[in-house]
Design a protein around this ligand. Structure first.
Ligand SMILES: Nc1ncnc2c1ncn2[C@@H]1O[C@H](COP(=O)(O)OP(=O)(O)OP(=O)(O)O)[C@@H](O)[C@H]1O
Ligand SMILES: [Mg+2]
Length: 268
């Protein structure tokens, strides 16, 4: 089985900043794969490259056999329909009920009748344990419930690949566990492939099969979860044990501090 996502020598820069120098990775079908790295290393950017919202400047980004940096808009649209995405900010419509939030992509992308849509939405809500909450508005939900609604919406169109951007952020430990277990269970029950982007190594390592660590524009480390947990690689150890000191830098790249200070001094 070919990998569902294949990046080879991928490079990408925003106009003001280089993000990826050379990224090579494979996402194996059927697995839950973790992408980890500190804040700002480019995790969400990597997902936008997979979804074709951004295009690589060099190298290949192949998703389900299509080179997303080069395909036309129609093919990209068809490809995106096969990808479910849970965005970092959840992205629920605040003026639509839970039901209508999940029905939204189905109504937008299919011609199914309302009664079929109702069955589908309730099926998805049942899968995340929220069938009873279908008529509530997002403002009436807890953070953990909102995340689960976003999960249900990500799987609304029966995608082959589901992408989660920071699914654990801002959740209490119990909700974190619920969401983590849901991601794993949905992956296996639906027979899909899942990519989980997170800086929460402890939570991710409970459910992923394989992990890639990104730092300084490249894959800094990778491995099966069991191997990563016992790795002696200083980068991996710093990351999974949350140590402040190590190869990962805390500061956003900047000019030397003294230079900024002297500019301030010159202005005042
Ligand atoms: N549209 C943009 N234009 C220019 N720079 C951007 C843009 N989007 C993101 N960046 C920068 O690119 C870097 C990577 O951003 P990205 O959102 O991919 O990081 P991340 O790893 O997802 O971070 P976090 O863990 O905080 O979500 C950041 O330094 C960010 O400031
Ligand atoms: Mg991000």
């Amino acid at each position: 089985m070919p990998p569902i996502v294949q990046m080879d020598g991928l490079a990408f820069s925003y106009p003001t900043r280089e993000i990826f120098k050379n990224v090579t990775l494979d996402i194996t079908q059927g697995q839950v794969v973790g992408i980890m790295g500190s804040s700002g290393c480019g995790k969400s950017t990597l997902l936008r490259l997979i979804g074709g919202q951004l295009r690589a400047s060099r190298g290949v980004c192949r998703v389900m056999g299509e080179d997303v940096s080069r395909i036309g808009n129609d093919a990209l649209y068809r490809l995106r329909r096969r990808i479910g995405m849970q965005f970092q900010q959840n992205g629920l419509f605040t003026d639509l009920s839970v039901f209508d939030n999940i029905a939204f992509p189905i109504r937008e992308k299919t011609n199914l009748s309302e009664s079929v849509i109702e069955d589908l939405v309730l099926l998805k809500l049942n899968a995340v344990g929220l069938r009873g909450a279908s008529r509530l508005m997002p403002s009436e939900l807890s953070g953990g419930m909102i995340r689960r609604v976003a999960l249900a919406r990500a799987i609304a169109l029966d995608p082959e690949l589901v992408i989660y951007d920071e699914p654990f952020a801002g959740l209490d430990p119990i909700s974190c566990n619920v969401v983590a277990n849901l991601i794993r269970r949905l992956n296996d029950a639906l027979g899909v492939t899942s990519i989980v982007v997170s800086y929460d190594a402890q939570e991710s390592l409970k459910i992923v099969d394989y992990v890639y660590f990104i730092a300084d524009g490249v894959i800094a480390a990778q491995g099966k979860t069991a191997d990563i947990k016992v790795s002696s690689d200083p980068f991996v150890r710093q990351f999974i044990h949350g140590q402040a000191h190590g190869p990962v830098h805390f500061h956003y790249p900047s000019d030397p501090y003294a230079k900024d200070l002297s500019v301030e001094a010159a202005v005042s």
